[in-house]
Design a protein around this ligand. Structure first.
Ligand SMILES: Nc1nc2c(c(=O)[nH]1)N[C@H]1C(S)=C(S)[C@@H](COP(=O)(O)O)O[C@H]1N2
Ligand SMILES: [Mo]
Length: 200
């Protein structure tokens, strides 16, 4: 029997693309509002606050000294594009969590981005070992459009949960809607269940 490698690859890809999604080879840029441009990284920091014993503020120079790792994943945008085989470099969530002591009441997370944009997710999903804070994509530093200097990546949820220009991580006892969630997007956003929008 002859092996059809091209067909095998298409079957494999089909299994990796959630319902209602189409593959894209490019890397579309999608966000609300203006792209922030940073001139002075000494003004950048990442704040970890909410239900922690003591809030932490991590300056850029300290953030860049955190342990970095390579991550590979597929991303699925709610607007129906999926991009397979991304290679990222970033800080595992566990390394950031070493900076704070989480209170037991903490069950949800709000990710805060530049200009007040935000998105919410359960603590459990934030803490997965596939979630991370990215600084590079496919070998290059993140561009301003894609979230420079640091973006969250939560690959198992729709890509809007992956906040670009991340500046704050807030721990909460109850779930609260972030920016798109207040505007009708799903509170959880599982691409395999097509949890796109909450309105009909
Ligand atoms: N800060 C911020 N992060 C954001 C958004 C945004 O509007 N602001 N949009 C989200 C949405 S809807 C998507 S699909 C992805 C797109 O990321 P990309 O532009 O790198 O493809 O970013 C997410 N992160
Ligand atoms: Mo999106």
């Amino acid at each position: 029997m002859e092996l059809d490698l091209a067909q095998g690859r298409r079957d494999d890809e089909a299994l990796r693309v959630p319902p209602g999604q189409r593959l894209t080879a490019g890397f579309p840029v999608l966000h609300y509002g203006e792209v922030p441009y940073y001139r002075d990284m000494s003004k950048w920091d990442l704040r970890i606050f909410g239900l922690v014993d003591e809030a932490a503020v991590i300056p850029y120079s300290d953030f860049m000294k955190l342990p970095m790792k390579e991550f590979g994943n597929d991303i699925h945008c709610v607007t129906t594009w999926s991009k397979l085989d991304n290679v990222w470099e970033g800080v595992p969530v566990a390394a950031v969590m070493e900076k704070v002591k989480l209170r037991p009441e903490a069950k949800f997370v709000m990710l805060h981005a530049e200009h007040g944009w935000s998105t919410n997710l359960p603590l459990e999903d934030f803490m997965r070992d596939t979630s991370f804070l990215a600084i590079r994509h496919n070998g290059e530093l993140l561009t301003p459009d894609h979230g420079y200097p640091v973006r969250m990546v939560v690959p198992h949820l729709y890509f809007w949960k992956s906040a670009k220009w991340l500046r704050g991580i807030e721990f909460m006892a109850e779930d609260k809607p972030g920016f798109w969630e207040r505007n009708g997007y799903h509170m959880y956003g599982d691409p395999w269940k097509e949890q796109r929008y909450d309105f009909e």
